[in-house]
Design a protein around this ligand. Sequence first.
Ligand code: SF4
Length: 234
Amino acid sequence: MQSAADRREALKAVYEQARGCEKCPQLAATRTTVVFGAGNADADLMFVGEAPGANEDKQGLPFVGQAGKLLDKLLEEIGLQRSQVFIANVLKCRPPGNRDPRPNEIEACSDYLHRQVELIEPRVICTLGNFSTKLLRGDPTGISRLHGRAEVHTIGRRAVRLYPLYHPAAALYTPSMLETLRADFQRLPELLALPAPDQPGAIDEIPELEDALEAAAETDLAPEPDADQLGLFD
Ligand code: SF4
């Protein structure tokens, strides 16, 4: 079993790979920066959104616009701060014009997300919106049917509770959705207080993510180190 410090160092190595990634030629050509994710590298709670927007692309950080402020507020309402959680996206690069992520891009980028989950070892992952919910559940069921229902899944070698939520960007402009998101958020402390999910064996596997992890192991990327951005991980 790796220590938290070892896992944090390994996460930095994944970040170094991702920041030079060109697996999606269009995204690599149009992005300003790779938005790998930020927060506590040993967090019990992780959030996974869709893809960086314009502000995130400029700053290199996830959820920094209005949706990010809403996420901060909802966290504050349950007694948490952003520095206590880890926030990432399905795609690490901004799709031009904020178009939807394409299936080939999601597949290409999923190995980074998978390795983030393995190294951070969260107990609960909130999937924000349809893209992350469908990817991590390995099922096309949409967020409107699933929000607020926690389920144990196996990702890599660990069992984790997935907790689908509406995406804050969608809830910003729809009061009823915002109230639902807030109500679902209020259950997070209760989920975090539950015992850790059982280890693999009796619950769903997500084989396509295992395949993606193998593909990532064969990826040869050698970006220049950037000491400043390593401060993304607390
Ligand atoms: S979206 Fe992911 S896989 Fe595609 S270029 Fe960016 S980091 Fe690489």
